[in-house]
Design a protein around this ligand. Structure first.
Ligand SMILES: NC(=O)c1ccc[n+]([C@@H]2O[C@H](COP(=O)([O-])OP(=O)(O)OC[C@H]3O[C@@H](n4cnc5c(N)ncnc54)[C@H](O)[C@@H]3O)[C@@H](O)[C@H]2O)c1
Length: 336
């Protein structure tokens, strides 16, 4: 017997909420049943495009009786309360990253999530990128021997506005958090964080005491080392590369070009266009697979969705990196 589509309530209709709405609507296993945003015109526009009922009040969505699961894509400061309310109502949640900017608030919620009868998944979409997932599977199969070094290069095309930086929690919580999760995806046994940050070009970062350029070195209990290289800008576009290095070789993922068309003239040969513009384009497939895995998780099937604990661990690493960069010390972490 086939399952009826999972009725998903979407909270938040901004940049990432719109991606999730389109993916829910186009997924045969799911249906977009409710959409909530205090900016109700955003919810109404998505309802008109993809179906579902619009409201300006997340509580109405949660208590409607018309949702089987919740996707939280509202601003980070709302995540803790929405996760708590959803699980209290027995509704599984897929929540965007980060859980919160403050580990104390995450830890206060932690026992309730652990005791909940329903799952909480975190939106670490990069795990579902087909290229990264393939490298991880091939490393796990032993193709390059034991993993000794993992290098993650992650640079945004351009720095966000200064007021975004002000509320972002800093580069490590806002941006590197994805890379910390990617590091743990390959090497979960991280024990030490060393980070260096500088502010070289972005006035917004300077104004708010943040870094625009950062490097993190993560040491694992097994001895493998992860290096994360971040910048808030990249002249050639969104720069997302990884290299997994082992005793028998290495596996790497290059940047995705924004077009397969190249230009050859007397001045240059096979000149390629810039990389994919930003995360919406580069990770389009990953967001769709993320949703597939969440549906499986809710149905009790085998699923690779990252958990609340994965979200917490990434935030612990981000806080350690912030301390390391500011105090210029190595910080020991316990992710248990
Ligand atoms: N996984 C990813 O790749 C990724 C990418 C971007 C953003 N995010 C995360 O998603 C979240 C949203 O980011 P965004 O860039 O889409 O933000 P955004 O500002 O574009 O959109 C946020 C939306 O939430 C609405 N909102 C505000 N308060 C709300 C509330 N109390 N309840 C419901 N909706 C509310 C706003 O009106 C707005 O429409 C953030 O936590 C961010 O870190 C994740």
């Amino acid at each position: 017997m086939t399952n009826p589509p999972l009725r998903i309530g979407l909270i938040g209709t901004g940049r990432i909420g719109q991606v999730h709405a389109a993916n829910i609507a186009s997924n045969p296993e799911a249906t977009l049943s409710w959409i909530a945003d205090p900016f109700v015109a955003g919810a109404e526009a998505l309802a008109a495009r993809h179906g579902g009922r619009a409201t300006d009040d997340p509580e109405q969505l949660l208590t409607s009786g018309g949702v089987d699961a919740v996707l939280v894509a509202s601003p980070t400061a709302t995540h803790i309360d929405l996760i708590a309310r959803s699980i209290d109502l027995g509704l599984p949640v897929l929540c965007e990253k980060p859980i919160d900017l403050d580990i104390a608030r995450v830890d206060a919620l932690r026992p309730r999530v652990a005791a909940a009868q329903v799952p909480v998944a975190l939106g670490f979409n990069r795990r579902f990128d087909p290229a990264f997932a393939s490298v991880r599977a091939r490393v796990a199969s032993g193709e390059i021997g034991d993993l000794e070094q993992l290098t993650i290069i992650s640079r945004d095309p351009s720095a966000p506005p200064a007021d975004y930086i002000a509320g972002s929690g800093g580069i490590f919580r806002d941006m590197t958090i994805h890379d910390f999760d990617m590091a743990r995806f390959f090497l979960p046994d991280i024990v030490e964080v060393q980070a260096t940050g500088t502010t070289t070009f972005d006035e917004g970062a300077r104004l708010h005491g943040d870094f625009d350029t950062a490097v993190c070195t993560l040491r694992t209990a097994s001895g493998a080392i992860v290096t994360i290289i971040n910048s808030r800008h990249s002249a050639v576009g969104y720069d997302q590369r990884i290299e997994a290095f082992g005793g028998r070789g290495h596996l790497s993922v290059a940047n995705a070009p924004s077009s397969l068309v190249s230009l050859s003239t007397s001045k240059s040969v096979e000149a390629k266009p810039p990389y994919e513009t930003f995360f919406l384009e580069r990770y389009a497939r990953a967001y769709a697979v993320e949703l597939d895995e969440f549906v499986k998780l809710v149905r009790g099937e085998s699923s690779t969705s990252p958990s609340f604990e994965d979200g917490r661990a990434a935030l612990v690493l981000a806080e350690a990196a912030q301390r390391s960069a500011v105090d210029r010390v190595a910080v020991t972490v316990d992710l248990g």
